[in-house]
Each structure stands twice: as C-alpha cells, then as structure tokens.
Ligand binder design. Structure first.
Ligand code: ADP
Ligand code: ZN
Ligand code: ZN
Length: 807
C-alpha cells in the first residue's frame, strides 16, 4: 500500500507528490485527505495524503514509510484535494500552500522540530559546535539552532546521517479541542431503584443521585450534575468505583454565540422584484444547474431576504449553502439574520473568533452538523460535500481577494465549486465590480435587477459640497455649513447621524512647518504615523517606532506639528461645535478588544449615541431605522491612490455609506464633502446612477487597457540588495517581451508605488493582455529560473494574476 504525499516544505523542488509506503499499523486508517508525518531528508515533516494506491513507479525497497498520522478523520474532502490542484495552476502557488489555505488556522499552526539523541549516542558523539546545545536539556530545537547559525544545521544533518540524532516534529494539536466530562449509567431503572434502596441509610447522597439518574436516564455534564444534585465529586467517584456510573470525556464545541438569543424570523412575503429574483434562482436550484447570477440591487432593496429564501429551498432539497460576506460587514446584525432563520444549522466563520472557536465552527461543517456557513473569504473552502448554493454578498469588495499565496479571488473559487456541484452561485451588490457587470451584460452571468427599495422607501437625497468654496467663504472647519446645519437639525429631532471618514482621509504624519521635514521610516519609503495614545511615531508597514520628537531633527525648529488620527481629530472638533452631542467613535483604536465592535453598535442602536463616527468599518451592513443623516467628510482622498480601480472604489464606498441613511420610514439625507466634486464618480453618487458610472468608467478602462477589457498580471521583485532587484526585474521584462505576443503590453521594470518596505527594495513588471494562451507556462518558467536563487538568497518574486493591490 502506497501513499502519495505532498510534503509541507515550501519550495518549488518539492512541489510534487512523493510516494511513501504505508506500514501495517496505518493500513486500516490512512486515507486521502489526511495529514501524515513523513521522513523528508534529515527531517520529519507534515504532509497531505493525495491518494492511496497499490502501485508506484519507484523501487519499493527504496521507499520510506509513513511515520505517523496527524488527523483521525480526513481534513480535506476529495473535492477539496482536487480544487487545490486547480488553485495551484490558477494562482501559480505551491500545492502545499493551496492545501493548507483550505484548513482553519488552528490546524495550520506550524510545528516545532525537536532534535534528540538516539538511544545509541551520547553528547560526546556530536560535533563540537553542537555539544553546548545538548548539554543543557538533552535535546535542542531546530528553530533555535537555525536562528543561531545556519551552519549548525549542516552539523545536525551530518549527525543525523551518522545515527547520533533524530528529529521529531512537535505538532501543537492538543490545544484545539475542548473536552467536557460527561456522566452516565448503564444500569436499568429497576437496578437503579434497587441500589438506591440499598444505599438509603448508609449513603443517602449516593442514593439520591441514583434516583436522579432513574428519573433522567441520559448522560449529563459532570458540572451540571453537581449543580443540580448539590452533591460533591466524591459521591460521583464512589458510584463510578462501584461500576454503577460511568464517565467519559466528549469533545465539546466552543460556540461563540452560545447563550445568545436570536429572534426567530420567518420568511417575509416578498415584494414583486424579490419574488421575480427568487423565481429565477429557484429554476436553477430545482434543475441542479450551475448558473451564476448577478443580483444588482440597490441598498435596501431586500437582497438578503432573497438569499435567505433561496437557501431555504436548497436546504429543503437536502443540500448545503455557503454565504460569503466581507469581513467588515460580518456584523452581529448580519449573523442574527441567518441564525434567526436557520438556527443551529448555521456555522459562522470570521476573524474575530479565536483560533479554537474557528476550528470548532469548521469541525461542525466537516462533521455535517450544520448545513449553512456564513463567513468571510476563506469560508469558500467549507468542507461541505453536497453544496446546493453559494452566495457572495457585496461581491465587489476587494477583501474577497487574498493578498498572499494562494492569491485567489473567492468569486473564482465559488464559480469553480458551483460548476463542480451543479449549483447556482449568486453574486449580489448595489455597485457590482466592473468585471462582473460586464460579464452579466455579455450574458455570461444572468443579471437580476432590483432597483426599488422595500416598500418603495425613497433613496436618500445626496448633497455634494465643494469644500474649496467653504474655504473661500472663510469656513476653515472640517464641517461645511450644510453639514453642521443638518447635524444640528437631527440632534434637535433626536434622530441619528453617521459620520464617515475615509481611512486614508486624514494624514497622521509629523511635519516641520519651518523646513517641511516629514518623518519617514528609515526602513520603508513611507511616512511615519503619529499615535497620540502613546506619543509615538510608527511605521504601519514594518512596525518601527520612535517617541515623538520635540524639535525638528532636520532644522531644530520647535514648530513641529503632529497630525493625530483622523477620527480622534474629528471627535475633538465635534466636541467644540456640538458640545451636547453624544459621539460614539469606531476605529481600530476603539475596537481592538474582542466584542467591542458589537458593543459600540448595540449602544448606538439603543440610542445611547447621537453620532456614530468611524472609518470603513461603519460603511456597510448597518440597518438602523433612526439614522437619517450620513455625512462623508472627505469623499475624494481615495481617488488619488495609484490604482486603476480608484474611481470604482470611490463610487462603491460612497454609495455604500449613503445607503445607511433613511432605510425605513424616515427619509434620509446624505452630505458629501469633497475637494473635487466635479469628478464623475462623486457626481453620479448623487444621482444614484450606477449604469452611467459603469459606462463612463468602462470607457477609461478601455483607454487605459485595464480589466475588464484586458487581463492584468503583476510581478513583484524584492530583495535587500537594490542592484539584484533591478537586474532581475530587467531580465524578467526582457524575457516577457521575448515570449509574449506583440499586442501584449509590458510595463516595467519600474519601482513599486512604495519603493522600499522593511529594507527591501521593490520593483515590478505589469503585463496587460487580451489573449495569451502561453502565459501560465511563461510565468512558471520565470519562477523555475529563479527558484535556486530564491531559496539561497533573500530574493523574492511574487506573481499575482489578478492583482488588487497595485502598491
Ligand atoms: P439589502 O440587503 O438589499 O440592502 P435588506 O435585505 O437589508 O436589503 O432589506 C432592507 C430592509 O427591508 C431590512 O430591514 C429587511 O428586513 C426589510 N425587508 C426585506 N424584504 C422585505 C419584505 N419582503 N417585506 C418587508 N420587509 C422586508
Ligand atoms: Zn525642520
Ligand atoms: Zn517601516
């Protein structure tokens, strides 16, 4: 019996399956999709079993054996193993990276390697350089040696070969499970009664407990048992020793939503457009057809209700559903809507859960204890085996793209899984990505339009304020007259206000007003951010920090100014102009602690605040009836980032924020402040006109040869040595020009928008193409060419075939 294994060694050379013999003890247990421990060179590493087979092309006498198994049940289904292969090709990543990305973080935890003396060896047998390491504990950690000096590892390898040392992986898997002690009995009710009578005089407590079990007759958690019977552990112990009671430890799920009550919700009678949408989707459900729907529905048009009812039909057919929501809008409100409808059938996966909690939610999916998962990006890999529906809400969100290997877009994975299961994929948004809308217009996706709000509630009026005019008229505050008036009006009416500040909106840097010095990180070409809380200047890319200077390091002037975090500054300003207003501030600083996000929102919902002030995290998903005014403080800062999607992101964000106002009976108003109010992506928010925005922006994409007209691939090269980076990027660009067709555009070599991060210089090449059948092959060729150099030096080449971060 042979196991074909992908080993957990991240290098191009190991990017293929290796064959191992399955020894006797594991023949019954080992299966495809399990993780195993196998010898690999001098080490023992973890690996994924891709397949079990009877034959191999290799000489079986030379094959090594599987050492151990890590999983008792397969971690990955056969479909996911297959999907990993697809992902590997699609994103040019290593197979083991694709496999690992499908597991919850707790299972991905890296393991440490312990180096031990073999039975035959003593410390005296070791190389001199190793002796001090082993004299202390009798063993050493691979990681410690590696940190100290790479040459030590070579000595270890020699001593391993000589039979003096062996290496043992310490997989930290115990921390992932929580157990509960459960007490039960195997006696019949008659027996229990007989024994209870027997003990009545001598041991009344024991007698009482037996009567308790006689009544109850089912297993109970020990803690609960003690609580209910008011007895002690000694009583239980002595009944166990008599063989009447039994104890066992069962794995318990940590349910992060335990003890919460969810209002049970029933399917609502649908509005016409909702009913129409549902009908189209159900046709695919009932014919088990893979279709991709793009639901273009304005904010408040009732998309979520359509999702809920569509899922309900899939579940009634005995199938399962995945719902993806952007991390940031995975609000308690959203979770409540799904839990309220499907109760304990729902698992929730998002980053606010601890590793252990996430693992438990994942386990419920694998063990088929739930049929619906609601989660952020990686929930697309939920190990369901009978998928009937995949929904991606806010499909335009860039958080669906993973920015590290495997660099996948959840939408592509969803469609691939949908195709395999013959099930519909539903993409929903008020502002679809240009790529998706273009596909819908071409008929690749079926377009469903919902352009009316539920109960025909009106979309809010949007006012665009030119902040340059405000300045001309002598208003130097950050609030326009219009916004201030409207805020006063709402405070009087006891209605609520959302104030939105673009995260990139306010600079938080240090500036000398005499010489213009701006504090920069010495390791990255980026300015430092001033943090008022601990009076430091920090680099957000590498974590470098210094205490704030009192004088300008350049010219020694005292006129050095610190611009604090945007939201803090706005809060201070609000205190001055609206002293009575109760402000709830939501940003990274106030939501750091677990659960604080939810607490702040609940408090706002209860009316304990008049103004909710925040960044991106308040732009989405909020549905509070009393919000009637939304103010956007700086609409245009996102327009200036070096990214071809800048206009699209601006339009999407402004539309989203505006959608928070007047969602129920009271009409809403939006005030957008801008320094470039004439820009179409700001003007068209006022008109709520996605279609015109689409047309205008498509024109620019065509001109600029960008998606969806062209495909874009970005190659990033970085290293600490600038000359290496320049030369490698140059060679890559030359190679691309040689191999790719004439119509393909290659930009570069060029410096990246941030030319240096963590002392590493960064260069890039961008490829824009329409048809390029050889591209995957060419890109793989590049990685192959540099694989040795990359494993020996700090050179790093990353390739993104669908980049969302242009920096
Ligand atoms: P979207 O997801 O499109 O922004 P929602 O699904 O959040 O819209 O719906 C907006 C509001 O309308 C919610 O409060 C929701 O409960 C309510 N709603 C949705 N569908 C109906 C319906 N058919 N009848 C009554 N209320 C509805
Ligand atoms: Zn200065
Ligand atoms: Zn830095």
């Amino acid at each position: 019996m042979i196991a074909s294994v992908i080993v957990d060694v991240a290098s191009k050379q190991t990017n293929k399956a290796f064959d191992y013999l399955v020894p006797e003890p594991f023949k019954e247990t080992v299966q495809a999709g399990m993780r195993v421990i196998v010898p690999f060179g001098p080490r023992k590493v973890q690996g994924f079993v891709l397949a079990i087979k009877q034959e191999t092309d290799f000489d079986t006498s030379k094959l090594k054996e599987v050492e151990d198994i890590v999983d008792v049940k397969p971690a990955l289904t056969s479909e996911l193993l297959d999907l990993a292969e697809w992902l590997t090709i699609k994103t040019l990543c290593l197979q083991v990276i694709a496999l690992k990305s499908m597991l919850p973080a707790a299972m991905r935890a890296s393991y440490h390697k312990r180096i031990q003396l073999t039975k035959e060896a003593t410390i005296e047998d070791l190389a001199d350089s190793l002796k001090p390491w082993f004299s202390k504990k009798g063993y050493a950690m691979w990681e410690d040696l590696k940190k100290s000096s790479e040459t030590l590892l070579a000595s270890v390898q020699k001593d391993v070969k000589a039979g003096h040392l062996f290496i043992e992986p310490l997989v930290k898997s115990n921390e992932t499970k929580k157990k509960t002690r459960v007490i039960h009995t195997t006696c019949s009710r008659e027996e229990l009664e007989t024994r209870a009578l027997e003990f009545e005089k001598r041991a009344p407590k024991q007698s009482e407990m037996l009567r308790f079990f006689k009544e109850r007759n089912e297993p109970i958690a020990q803690a609960r048992l003690l609580e209910l019977t008011g007895t002690s552990q000694a009583t239980i112990k002595s009944l166990i020793s008599k063989g009447i009671l039994k104890q066992s430890d069962v794995e318990e799920y940590r349910d992060p939503y335990e003890g919460r009550e969810f209002n049970v919700s029933k399917a609502l009678p649908l509005m016409d457009q909702q009913a129409e949408a549902l009908k189209k989707i159900l046709a695919s459900v009932h014919e088990n057809r893979h279709d991709t729907f793009l639901v273009h529905g304005i904010t408040g048009s009732g998309k979520t209700e359509v999702y809920l009812q569509a899922i309900d039909h899939a579940l009634k057919k005995g199938k399962e559903a995945i719902v993806l929501v952007p991390e940031i809008s995975l609000t308690p409100q959203m979770v409540h809507r799904f839990k309220g409808r499907f109760g304990s059938n729902v698992a929730v996966l998002h980053s606010a859960l601890s590793k252990g909690e996430k693992y438990d939610e994942w386990r419920k999916i694998r063990d088929k204890e739930v049929t619906v998962v609601v989660g952020a990006r990686s929930a697309i890999f939920a190990p369901f085996e009978n998928l009937g529906m995949i929904i991606i809400d806010e499909e335009h969100e860039s958080s669906y793209k993973q920015e590290e290997a495997p660099r996948y877009h959840a939408r592509d994975v969803a469609i691939e899984r949908g195709r395999r299961y013959g099930c519909p994929v539903i993409l929903g948004s008020a502002t679809p990505s240009l790529e998706s809308f273009a596909r819908a217009k071409k008929g690749v996706y079926s377009l469903i339009t919902m352009d009316r709000r539920v109960n025909d509630v009106k979309l809010p009026d949007v006012d665009i304020i030119d902040m340059r005019d405000e300045l001309k008229n002598g208003n130097r505050s950050m609030f326009s007259k219009k916004l201030l008036d409207s805020m006063n009006d709402r405070l009087e009416k006891k209605e609520q206000i959302v104030l939105f500040l673009n995260r990139r909106g306010y600079s938080t840097f240090v500036l000398c007003r005499d010489c213009g010095y701006v504090a920069e990180c010495p390791h990255c070409d980026i300015s430092l951010t001033y943090h008022r809380a601990n009076q430091t200047c920090q680099c957000h890319y590498c974590g470098y920090q210094v205490t704030k200077p009192n004088r300008c390091p350049e010219c020694d002037s005292e006129h050095i100014r610190f611009f604090g975090s945007g939201t803090q500054k706005v809060e201070e300003e609000l205190k001055k102009v609206l002293p009575k207003a109760r402000v709830i501030r939501m940003d990274v600083d106030t939501t750091r602690r677990k659960g604080s996000h939810e607490k702040l929102l609940t408090s706002f919902e209860k009316g304990e605040g008049d103004i909710l002030l925040g960044t991106q995290m308040i732009a989405k998903g909020l549905d509070f009836p009393n919000i009637t005014l939304v103010g956007v403080l700086t609409a245009d800062t996102m327009l200036h980032i070096p990214d071809f999607r800048a206009s699209e992101k601006t339009f999407q964000l402004l539309t989203q924020v505006s959608g928070r106002a007047g969602r129920h009976s009271k009409p809403g108003e939006v005030v957008v402040q801008s320094y470039t109010p004439e820009h179409f992506s700001i003007q068209l928010v006022k008109e709520h006109d996605y279609l015109s925005f689409f047309q205008r922006e498509m024109y620019f994409r065509k001109q600029g040869e960008y998606p969806p007209y062209f495909f874009v691939t970005l190659i990033n090269v970085s290293a600490t040595d600038l000359a290496t980076v320049v030369s490698v990027t140059g060679k890559i660009a030359d190679f691309l020009r040689q191999c790719l067709s004439e119509t393909t555009v290659i930009h570069g070599p060029a410096t990246s928008a941030i030319p240096r991060i963590k002392d590493r210089y960064r260069y890039q090449c961008m490829i824009k193409y329409k048809v390029e059948p050889q591209i995957v092959h060419v890109l793989q060729e590049i990685l192959k060419t540099y694989q040795t150099e990359m494993s020996r030096t700090d050179l790093m080449i990353t390739i993104d075939t669908n980049p969302y971060m242009m920096m």
